[in-house]
Design a protein around this ligand. Structure first.
Ligand code: ZN
Length: 381
């Protein structure tokens, strides 16, 4: 059954809600194969406008007579005004994206990648902030090559490459191209121009367009993406996080359903400031209601107590051997201050005498967020 946790409420008071979030942080810290599906909501705080954010590129009601919300549908190319509106929005968007930095939400996905527990990130965003955060792209080059170490898939392509729809060659952005787009025009394809043979009949010279996929267009590398998704599902993910998307795009809902069907409800999180607009075939276990950045910062806060060294598989001479499950993290509540600690096995072991019961002895671990606890009580008196 879906549990909704209001982030502001959990943040404001150290309530039962906050404890529930800590348990989710712990479960995430112990998960091994996480699939993350994200949308525009994770990039908002970087300054990139989305459709709903006031004061952005899309708040101009019309450009060249075209409504802002129609700019990303494929039939925008059917009229000259549509093309002009699209070009101008692309120029302004590229300029805004070039100024943007990854958000806490991107850093969180990066952290999963660094921990080795990110199975894959599927992003609806075209801004490339995942790659900027250090998560390698799965679809590289002209999109046709799968990078086996790539962990992020841009479901709607990327704004950072330009593509000619006559010769299909990709080009890099230049300052001149940016100005051309901002004026509402599309630059001529350099590859087509270079290919002109003066001795032959002139061929068409194509124009450039960012290599993004419009809402009602098929992804040119859809087969590759489907293969990746099948591969990932065969790997049996143990956690699914859907973050910063209202799930209004049917294609994305399909991806969520695809991964959700084999998972326990408790391992399916929805993190978004609005409720999902689609009904899923398998409900989410939790709706963490609020800004993605606020939630991931709480997770970081919880994980802040977690140490990074890889724990030994079987710590010699310790009674904790039986507890080991590869590299679990333990959540411990201190008796004196009720703070929660997240401890990896080596820290737990080094913090307590080997003969002690871990649950009792853990109170000897001092809390680094709580100056009141300088001399935590002894466990085994
Ligand atoms: Zn061309």
């Amino acid at each position: 059954m879906l549990r909704t946790i209001d982030l502001e409420q959990a943040h404001a008071e150290d309530s039962a809600l906050r404890d529930e979030l800590r348990r989710i942080s712990l479960a995430l810290a112990n998960s091994k194969k996480v699939v993350v599906i994200t949308g525009a909501g994770i990039s908002c705080s970087s300054g990139i406008p989305d459709f709903r954010t006031a004061g952005g590129i899309f708040t101009k009601k019309k450009r060249f007579g075209v409504k802002a919300q129609d700019v990303f549908s494929a039939n925008v190319f059917q009229t000259t005004q549509g093309q002009q509106a699209f070009n101008q929005v692309m120029g302004e968007l590229k300029e805004a994206i070039d100024q943007a930095q990854p958000t806490s939400a991107h850093q969180f996905v990066k952290q999963l990648y660094s921990k080795g527990t990110l199975l894959r990130s599927y992003s609806q965003n075209i801004d490339g902030l995942e790659e900027l955060a250090g998560i390698p792209e799965a679809l590289t080059g002209n999109g046709r090559d799968i990078n086996p170490d790539g962990k992020n898939v841009q479901l709607h392509g990327t704004i950072h490459k330009l593509k000619c729809f006559t010769c299909f060659v990709e080009s890099e952005w230049t300052e001149d191209f940016l100005s051309t787009f901002k004026s509402g025009q599309a630059p001529k394809c350099p590859a087509c121009e270079k290919d002109q043979d003066p001795n032959r009949r002139r061929r068409n010279i194509g124009s450039l367009r960012p290599a993004i996929v419009m809402y009602d267009e098929d992804h040119p590398f859809g087969d590759d993406i489907a293969r990746l998704q099948n591969h990932d599902k065969e790997c049996q993910p143990d956690f699914l996080i859907v973050m910063g998307t209202s799930l209004s795009i049917p294609g994305l809902v399909k991806v969520v359903n695809f991964f959700a069907e084999d998972l326990q409800e408790d391992s399916i999180l929805y993190v978004n400031k609005t409720t999902a607009s689609a009904t899923l075939s398998k409900p989410f276990g939790y709706h963490i209601h609020g800004e993605a950045d606020l939630w991931v910062n709480m997770v970081f806060d919880d994980w802040g107590h977690t140490t990074t060294p890889t724990p030994p598989k079987t710590p010699a001479g310790s009674q904790l051997q039986g507890l080991d499950d590869e590299d679990p993290v333990y959540m411990i509540q201190l008796e004196a201050c009720n703070q929660f600690l997240f401890l990896s096995l080596p820290v737990l072991i080094s913090s307590i005498p080997f003969h002690a019961e871990p649950t009792k002895a853990a109170v000897e671990v001092s809390c680094n967020q709580c100056p009141r606890i300088r001399n935590p009580p002894m466990a085994n008196g």
